[in-house]
Design a protein around this ligand. Sequence first.
Ligand SMILES: Nc1nc2c(c(=O)[nH]1)N[C@H]1C(S)=C(S)[C@@H](COP(=O)(O)O)O[C@H]1N2
Ligand SMILES: [Mo]
Length: 499
Amino acid sequence: MRRFIRPALIGVLSAAFGVALAELLAAATRPQAGPLVAVGGAVIDAAPTPLKEFAVRTLGTNDKPVLLGTIALVLILFTAAIGVLSVRRRWVAVAGAAVFGLAGALAAAMRPTATAYDVVPSLLGAVVAGATLLFLHHRTRRPSATGGDFDRRAFLRAAAAVAGGVVVAGGASEVVKRVRGGAVTKSREAISLPAPADPAKPLPAGVGPGFVTANKDFYRVDTALSVPRIDVNTWSLRIHGMVGKEVDLSFDDLLKRPLIERDITLNCVSNEVGGPYIGTAKWLGVPLAPLLRELGVEPGADQVVARSAEGMTIGTPVETIFDGREAMLCVGMNGEPLPLEHGFPVRMLTPGLYGYAGACKWITELELTTFDRFDAYWVERGWGARGPVKTASRIDKPKPFAKLEAGKLTVAGVAWAQGRGIRNVEVRVDDRPWAKAELLPVPSTDTWVQWRYDWAATAGAHTIAVRATDSTGAVQTEQRATPFPDGATGWHTITASVD
Ligand SMILES: Nc1nc2c(c(=O)[nH]1)N[C@H]1C(S)=C(S)[C@@H](COP(=O)(O)O)O[C@H]1N2
Ligand SMILES: [Mo]
């Protein structure tokens, strides 16, 4: 056993050195060309939908660290094996480095926004890793002057030097990332957003606490392993395809247009019944309808495909931009420039559509095309092409399995049917009849509605269910459906015990 440990460590150390140098080079030149993020991104894109859903459901926003950790673990196991196998067969070291280098290079080259350069960090890392491995093996062969089977000191010196290299390169790439990120953060903080030409109405008196979700509490769902850091000074939005006139708009061009400000609830199609992937913010942005009207949309164009800096594509029905619902290019969220995680500098938002169908973050391109001609990222993976939000409701108080005291209690939560609006929310305790909840005021049909219900709780175990009716009179269906392929349905039901 012991004789395997040294070659295994040599394998892992050499690979770590190669990866660290590749990451450093990428951090300094093109962050998306780093092997870890490139391979992680390729895994995310290739992962079957059920697995992705499982990851979002069970790991939430920890899905990304878990993925990177898994990749690191796999890398450690394989490179340890390569270290052991290459003791006798040096070609294994060369082949192993080549396989991992090509895998990293291929993953980077297949990213949607790849350039030819993006293969360089992985290939360079592989050459370094392979050479280091051969060198360290060689050191274990050097005869010792004192009569041992090899010169242990010389080997340890060499190994320590490589380990030092890993630490220095790893540390340096962290520093480079921080500095670059800091520059983007500074450019964000330097932005002063103009006042909206058409401000949001003040929230009606009587909206409850928590109506607006703070930016730091706003859910985040995306496939980006590292948050894109976009320099607002070089950012531009290209609008092209089936338009009369193509344009390239800078951030300043956008800010010169009349801005609107609206309270809008955004939610994720992956949200389970009762789930947390929903939030409401006051968004500031450029309304899309007048902009596209100026450019002229060709007849037949029924899909707007938004592309983002890191290669996401999100397709939105053209119809939803011109039907009066005020789809917009957002630059502000709750009174500040968009946070980096929420799409800085510009994201799209389409009220009444799930995020995957109308809310592309880090947007760089809008292409007018047709649904026939192009399947966007999630559509390629089997999700519905159009993404209208389904009527839904959630109980926030009491929490599931709460232990309560008998007496007068308030049951409370939210309900939403953006675009249509909520007419009614009803609560059912055990098998009593459905009872109307009180609805708190809302600024528009584009937001969730807060509701409350007074409950005289008696001792015992109780089941509480909620259902909403939208303004068309359609009652939220009891039929359970999974989020895939076009949004979960079913009544949110909780149990509580009362003493
Ligand atoms: N570029 C990009 N935009 C994206 C996504 C993404 O993965 N990449 N995810 C979409 C999905 S599925 C949702 S629900 C919303 C979430 O927006 P938020 O993270 O700001 O809440 O962003 C949408 N826009
Ligand atoms: Mo989503």
